[in-house]
Design a protein around this ligand. Sequence first.
Ligand SMILES: O=P(O)(O)OC[C@H]1O[C@](O)(COP(=O)(O)O)[C@@H](O)[C@@H]1O
Ligand SMILES: [Mg+2]
Ligand SMILES: [Mg+2]
Length: 335
Amino acid sequence: MDDQLALPVGTTLDRFIMRKQEEFPYATGELSQLLRDIALATKIVNREINRAGLLGVTGTFGQQNVQGEEQQKLDVIANIRFIRALRNGGEVCTVISEEEDHVIQTGNTKGKYVVAMDPLDGSSNIDVNVAIGTIFSIYRRLSDTGEDGTLEDCLQDGTKQVAAGYIIYGSSTMLVYTTGCGVNGFTYEPSLGEFFLSHPNIKTPQDGKIYSCNEGNVNSFPDGVKAYLSYCKEQHYSARYIGSLVADFHRNLLKGGVYLYPPTAKSPNGKLRLVYECNALAMIIEQAGGKATDGSERILDKTPTELHQRCPLVIGSPDMVDKVEEFMAAEFVAV
Ligand SMILES: O=P(O)(O)OC[C@H]1O[C@](O)(COP(=O)(O)O)[C@@H](O)[C@@H]1O
Ligand SMILES: [Mg+2]
Ligand SMILES: [Mg+2]
């Protein structure tokens, strides 16, 4: 449904959420409040990130998350801040987080929503002042039991998302989200403590000349991916890889391009997590006219079986994703 309520650039996020809600006569305001809770936590995390170097919150606490990755201090801080805001907001019964082995029950048993999140994306870039992000997906729980959310509530496929978004903490801080009616971007004005509509109704270009992939792993990529990367070089495409999924995705969303994290020998299912990284970005790219697959299957159609399961990701301008799939499919014929 693309009959976007055309609100002018400069509209505050709060007003935008309110006006959007008016489009849905049966809306009860809970999703709107949840989006505000996420925006509030973002302002706090943004402040922590901006002054991380001053407060000595760079580096690690020396502990690992369920994926065996060293948790950066800011991973932990962002995780705490978002969970606290979602718990205090009252709309969310259960949270899935990259930094938590198991689901977090907030105690809001009347809460209708489940949130899956990557509190801090691009952890390897935290200490070097390169753009990082936060990713979130919102699901309606399957039934209002008045009890804690279930694993079933947390393992819904991506098509069931009622909203999805990310925050990029870059040269400016932006919140980009969709509720299934197009994609809008808001830029944060710290001196006013407000997000303002700066990128209304984002559409990604049909095609592009940018490809984003960690070619350091090329030797263990599938032949089809290797062939596609050679094709990109023949076409004189630009290689751009920040190493923060949110930042690479955001650039390609606006300029046109494709991001790939294929299977590798070390990670046969790729590195990125379906539930709290791929699903949200897949909903956003599709709402912006792009595509997201695992190289053959649509990301949003995949039904997760585990909270932290990984899946390969090919996401971006539709013509470029189609081209990658063509090359990857060609490989099967070869075999
Ligand atoms: O270093 P690699 O293997 O290229 O992986 C980089 C990718 O890993 C990530 O950092 C994984 O996300 P987290 O930082 O949230 O764990 C992505 O942001 C990024 O695109
Ligand atoms: Mg991540
Ligand atoms: Mg992370």
